[in-house]
Design a protein around this ligand. Structure first.
Ligand code: 8YV
Length: 313
């Protein structure tokens, strides 16, 4: 397949990336000093794009690649791709679902426990010698609390399983109630936020969910409430979040994702009620390998004339 030319928009799990480079001729847009010059040179020969969640595949890029057939995304989220434009052009878009469910759910539950039990604060408390002056103030119990899941999809279900094992009650919100799900469904997000202790954000990013966790939802979650976001920074109005945490309208937050990664609002750094992570939901060797292999397998299948494994569009 070495005669097939792929445009790589960003790096992913190195061993899988190297396998892609062995099978295909890969042009690395993310390393190009002159992006336009590279596109002008190789654009007419490119038949596939490989992208990560950080990359934008928009109309301008698609138009620069007249022979484009497939966009293979490393990650389950495809919010970086203009899906309507891809559909109009008859392009195939693939992602890496399922293989990351467990790891993202582990981190989601870890952030829930870390935030309620103030684990990061306790760690700092021991390291900086504060324990010598007295005990850490009490935290909050996990069991018995209600977790409201925004986006009860594949990862949401894996999170619910874990939260139930911790003795939490589950409720959920999404576009519509799901058949054969016994948990209470809330048609309105703000109503669920009012009734739950932990609001777990695990819905897709993109225009449909932009800032749906707004000031009103955060106020409804309230001073005893905790927001956990392992989805996309774009789902939460970050300015409203910082303000709500600063003035106590919202109790606490566990955040793996942000609106302008890797930039994080500095106001959060000084807040003890906040636990921060650098977008690592799926970042284990095992899962990143599975995601990487699936990304490359989708390209291989397509160019071998077979159906791709995990098609979104
Ligand atoms: C990864 C993710 O960080 O799958 C996603 O959509 O956000 C994460 O699993 C990302 O895919 C890495 O590019």
């Amino acid at each position: 397949m070495k005669d097939i030319e792929i445009l790589s928009l960003g790096p992913f799990y190195a061993p899988s990336y190297e396998a892609m480079e062995r099978d295909f001729t890969v042009h690395k847009l993310w390393l190009a000093k002159e992006r336009d010059a590279l596109l002008a040179k190789v654009g007419s020969r490119i038949r596939g794009i490989q992208a990560t969640h950080r990359d934008k595949t928009d109309v301008g890029l698609m138009d620069a690649l007249p022979k484009l057939e497939i966009i293979a995304c490393f990650g389950v989220g495809v919010d970086g791709v203009d899906l309507d434009a891809a559909r109009q052009r008859g392009l195939i878009v693939t992602n890496t679902p399922e293989v990351l469910n467990e790891c993202v759910a582990d981190l989601a539950m870890g952030l829930t426990v870390a935030t309620l039990r103030r684990i990061s604060l306790g760690d700092r408390f021991v390291r900086n010698g504060s324990w010598l002056k007295g005990p850490l103030p009490f935290a909050r119990k996990v069991g018995g609390k209600t977790m409201g899941i925004l986006g009860y999809g594949r990862i949401g279900k894996a999170i619910a399983k874990r939260a139930e094992a911790f003795g939490m009650q589950i409720v959920y919100h999404g576009r519509k109630p799901q058949a054969e799900v016994s948990y209470k469904y809330y048609p309105k997000l703000v109503d669920m936020a009012r009734d739950c202790d932990v609001l777990m954000v695990i819905c897709p990013g993109g225009p449909a969910t932009h800032h749906i966790v707004n000031a009103e939802v955060l106020r409804a979650l309230g001073p005893e409430g905790t927001l956990v976001n392992v989805a996309r920074g774009s789902v939460v109005d970050e300015q409203a979040l910082v303000k709500a945490l600063a003035d106590g309208t919202l109790g606490a937050a566990g955040l793996d994702v942000f609106e302008d990664e890797p930039r994080v609002p500095e106001a959060l750094f000084a807040m003890d009620q906040v636990v921060l992570q650098p977008h690592v939901g799926s970042a284990t060797h095992e899962t990143r390998k599975a995601m990487g292999d699936l990304t490359v397998d989708n390209l291989r299948a397509h160019f071998a004339g077979k159906p791709v494994l995990t098609r979104v569009v």
